[in-house]
Design a protein around this ligand. Sequence first.
Ligand code: ATP
Ligand code: MG
Length: 197
Amino acid sequence: LRASRGNIVPFVKGLASSFESSADVRRVAVNIHADRNEIEVYFDKDKMEKILTNLLSNAFKFTPEGGEVRVQISNPKSQITNHVEITIADTGIGIPADELSRVFDRFYQVDSSQTREHEGSGIGLALTKELVELHHGSIIVKSEVGRGLDSSRKGTEFTVMLPLGREHLKDEEVIVTEEGETQEKSRPSVGSIPAAA
Ligand code: ATP
Ligand code: MG
């Protein structure tokens, strides 16, 4: 992990809107909402980009025309939830309950003709989970296979939870950037040594 302190809100919004033009063509609505304009968190930009890109591309891949992809950034205020939550929800085909626990397994793809036609290799979510855990965070999934009557009750929702603050990070997991994003750090020289890839 090469985390630096930054505002996660414009980062997530920017990535989500980069999917907007292709979503437009497929007539899938994109709605992005944040509780606040600024939520400071330590994250690794490259790895966070992979996490969000994987979740967003799945959401669009498995959501047919006329559907919706919703991106929500929230910062629930309570003693026990000291984290930021990034939720990517879609009104797509859903994942059957008995398959949900396996979607994070490497090479696992829900075996139905409907998902097979989308190809891919089934590594996106396994990698995504690994990268979230590198951030000392967690990822959960909720899903419901719809019957086509009530579109608000079907679809899939992935939530990434990232801890706030930097107590959970080792010095070698934090990098110092030009913007001096880690100025409150006590030993700045440690973070400037490039970590192995
Ligand atoms: P890859 O990401 O390697 O291109 P993939 O998208 O098939 O391939 P994963 O991202 O790991 O693989 O997802 C695993 C499986 O979980 C998918 O094949 C699909 O069956 C199911 N899945 C993931 N996201 C969604 C979603 N948003 N809606 C419905 N099913 C999903
Ligand atoms: Mg994928």
